[in-house]
Design a protein around this ligand. Structure first.
Ligand SMILES: C[S@@+](CC[C@H](N)C(=O)[O-])C[C@H]1O[C@@H](n2cnc3c(N)ncnc32)[C@H](O)[C@@H]1O
Length: 446
């Protein structure tokens, strides 16, 4: 959230007009509110992950005033928000790879302004600078000239420099971190986007921390490949949807969250909850999963120095279709990756899928009925399996009726539509997988 309030800002703007109230009135309400709006809003470009719709939905869930302006090549989302976004913001986002903040300079910028703009952005660096250009929609030949012009422009100003990335391939997130391109004391990357009438320049302010993801993905002691491995990035996305639902349900922004994962497996979601210093309640029908989850939680506490007094965790064995006894800790939100059915090494036949589907539909119905009975006011974010037979994709058949009959309604963050015309849900799938995950956001009907 932005600090201070809009009234403070009105005083600042009035102050900048020298307190001349006549002049202030003469500007008229429209002029004033438009300028106030421009002062409050920041414009960003986000490089979206492999599932751009999910990434956009996540941004919309995290930023209450998110307003998408353009979507370039289904990859870069240009949007406005009052929030100041930085590396901490990106560390919470599972679906965004890079964030750049618009640089406006002293007026309308053109291609020719880029070298001097870069020099200005690098004026905070002492000694040799490192720079990079992330070029979107700019042909390689023009891009090459631009890299050269930037290097020459810095040389003319007596600034020694080197660059990473090139006109064909922008610097990778890991390089942006390692080479100091996100650190104003060391370097700068400009993100430059050109498409039709749009010409947008921003400074890259944050990039995905690949090493941190690798550590939690493959560094934890217990991994169970037989139940499908939830990527930590997807766990973050689910949690961001969950926090969005919890806030909507409470009609305010909660400071912390008690999260319940009733199909916890070896604990990818619980780990992410702990990293946010929130309370996690986790259960699974399998004792092996419960033990694995406990070990991974212990590893998380040690690795990231998370004390029990700062973030509690309770793990137990439980069938998610049987009554929950959660009187001591009522969750604000249930966030879970439901069963994906049996592990598949070959593409399933339609007959196989029909059997898996019956089991999954029954499990989802038993679970949702149980949630409504035991935790009636708690919203749910869950994933459901979608199978891919040779020629067709098969999501659960009865789930829409089940959701309705159990007393929930599906919702989406603002401005996001579902992946199919008749399904208000999102699809997460890698093209080589036989089972995808349908993400549903469920609000209890009041
Ligand atoms: C796809 S896995 C979840 C994996 C988990 N997200 C992780 O990070 O490892 C589904 C889990 O649901 C559990 N499960 C299946 N049926 C269940 C039930 N009726 N009640 C509770 N857990 C169940 C399985 O034991 C499995 O661990």
């Amino acid at each position: 959230m932005v600090g201070g309030d809009e009234n403070d800002l009105i005083s600042v703007v009035r102050g900048s007009l020298g307190g001349r109230s006549e002049e202030f009135k003469a500007f008229g309400a429209d002029f004033f509110s438009n300028n106030l709006y421009a002062l409050l809003m920041h414009v960003y470009a986000a490089l979206l992950g492999n599932n751009p719709t999910i990434s956009t939905a996540e941004l919309s869930a995290l930023l209450p005033d998110f307003t998408q302006k353009h979507l370039i090549a289904n990859q870069y989302c240009i949007f406005e928000t009052k929030e100041e976004l930085n590396q901490d913001t990106l560390n919470r986002l599972g679906g965004t790879i890079i964030i750049a903040k618009q640089v406006t300079g002293n007026g309308v910028l053109t291609f020719a302004d880029i070298p001097s703009l870069l020099a200005t952005e690098l004026s905070t660096v002492k000694g040799k600078v490192v720079f990079s250009l992330r070029l979107v929609g700019i042909p390689p030949r023009e891009g090459k000239d631009l890299f050269r012009a930037c290097k020459n422009g810095l040389k003319k100003k007596g600034v020694p420099s080197r660059y990473t990335g090139n006109e064909r391939e922008a610097a990778k997130p890991i390089v942006l971190h390692d080479d100091g391109l996100l650190d104003p004391k060391k370097g700068c990357e400009l993100t430059i986007i050109r498409e039709k009438h749009l010409f947008w320049i921003g400074r890259t302010v944050a990039a995905q921390n690949v090493k941190a993801y690798t550590l939690r993905d493959i560094g934890k002691p217990v991994r169970d490949t037989t139940v499908g491995l939830l990527p930590p990035k997807l766990a973050q996305i689910l949690l961001n949807f969950g926090e969005y639902l919890a806030n909507e349900n409470a009609k305010k922004t909660l400071k912390s969250y008690v999260v319940f994962d009733p199909f916890c497996g070896t604990g990818v979601i619980p780990i992410e909850v702990l990293l946010r210093r929130n309370t996690i309640l986790a259960s699974d029908v399998s004792l092996k999963a419960v033990n694995g989850c406990e070990k991974n939680i212990e590893w998380t506490r040690k690795t990231y120095k998370i004390l029990k007094k700062d973030a509690e965790s309770i793990v137990w064995k439980q069938d998610a279709t049987k009554p929950f006894d959660l009187k001591k800790h009522v969750p604000d939100i249930i966030v879970t990756e439901g069963s994906l059915g049996p592990a598949l090494s070959d593409r399933p036949t339609i007959k196989d899928i029909e059997k898996f589907m019956r089991d999954s539909d029954d499990l989802a119905a038993g679970f949702l009925k149980n949630c409504k009975a035991c935790l009636p006011n708690v919203p749910i974010v869950m994933t459901l399996p979608v199978w891919y037979a040779m020629k067709k994709m098969m999501p659960l058949k009865k789930i829409a009726e089940t959701i309705d009959a159990c007393g929930y309604k599906t919702v989406m963050p603002p401005h996001v539509s579902g992946w199919l015309p008749d399904r208000l849900s999102l699809l997460y799938r890698r093209s080589d997988q036989f089972v995808g995950r349908e993400i549903v956001l469920l609000m209890p009907k009041k």
